[in-house]
Ligand binder design. Sequence first.
Ligand code: FAD
Length: 392
Amino acid sequence: MSSDRYDVELSEDLIILRDTVRKFADKEIAPHVDEDEKNHRWQRDLVDKMAELGLFGCPVPEEYGGNGMGYLAHAIVTEEIGRVSGSLRVGFNMQTMGTSMSILKWGSEELKRKYIPDLVSAKKIGCFGITEPDTGSDTASMSSTAVRDGDHYILNGRKMWITWSPVADVCVVFAMTDKAAKHKGMSVFVMDMDLPGVSTVAIKDKLGIWACPTGEVIMEDVRVPASYRLGEEGKGFQYLMKELISTRLSAAAGAVGTCQAALDESIKYANERRQFGRPIAEYQMVQETIARMVAETEAARALTWRCAIQKDRGMVNNMRETCLAKFYASRAADEVPNLGLDVLSAYGYSNEYPMARILRDGKVYKILEGATNIMKMILATDALGIKKANKD
Ligand SMILES: Cc1cc2nc3c(=O)[nH]c(=O)nc-3n(C[C@H](O)[C@H](O)[C@H](O)COP(=O)(O)OP(=O)(O)OC[C@H]3O[C@@H](n4cnc5c(N)ncnc54)[C@H](O)[C@@H]3O)c2cc1C
């Protein structure tokens, strides 16, 4: 399929889904989002309500409890939640892409039936463990190990920055089964968080997304049944690269939500705030700022939707277009709230207005799911003909 053709006309089902999520986000999340952030409060009942609406099941087939609406549906849901709460948005990636979709792609039938319906319904909370204290972008050098012992593996190691880990029931976790083989020695497991030897430490002092539980996962001689390995031993790195193609779409969609939130707040403020006897919206320099915000937001959304639509059409391994969407949208999520701060000026600097939160939360997108430099490397080496990004 050509990578530059996409259709932006939404089906009736997608419009209904978007309107439902938008209404839910505005009615159920927005009224207390600032209070939740201030108190670092993760509301389990909101997660349950999102699950009741089927929001964690868009790319998941119906036979495993999903609604099979696809990747564009997931992107739309993620944007709408991300527009109102950066904190609640992060979990979408982990609950849907990181855990359910990894198990769907590589798990045995038993694991799929055991975990995916419970993740979609949020009966179980999932997390996705790659990063370690000394290993961020260079995932192949991770230190966590999984040593085979009869019909079990014994896992040891420490994962860092793991979203939802302090509240999670299950973790899709990566560890080395053969350290000497480097990226060919990585494997991936489904690990119940209540197994003996698993513990978590919450990371509380973050720049933003305060209402999102983030933590370390510590594994000390954790016995995981061999049947809980996903796919083949030694193929973990290959699976991870493929899974990141999905999680990066989710991050891009969340970043678009941040941009839209900053734009909405700026428009509202520019029309209300009067200086020199007129609303500041009448000043051309303010209009120029708003125009840039509109352009950045819509460009980010177009790239994100293209990526999602390609996946819905079967081009699931569209690494190039996913990295492009993630690169552009995450930069926009950094830049657009900065422009919003120009519009709101002093009130944007106050925590009594949402812009400060939007600005803090928007920063995370350049870090998550692959730092910006990694996106640039993938795009540049593809463009230069050094390494093709889309493999199949
Ligand atoms: C709030 C939050 C939630 C997270 N949730 C999860 C999660 O659920 N699961 C999980 O596994 N991880 C999670 N992460 C971790 C995240 O995926 C990593 O932070 C990310 O992969 C980047 O790694 P790093 O921050 O260690 O940066 P590093 O890899 O140490 O990079 C530092 C800097 O060096 C640059 N750099 C690195 N290598 C190169 C290179 N080869 N060429 C050029 N520049 C380079 C990077 O771009 C960056 O600017 C989360 C992080 C945050 C902040």
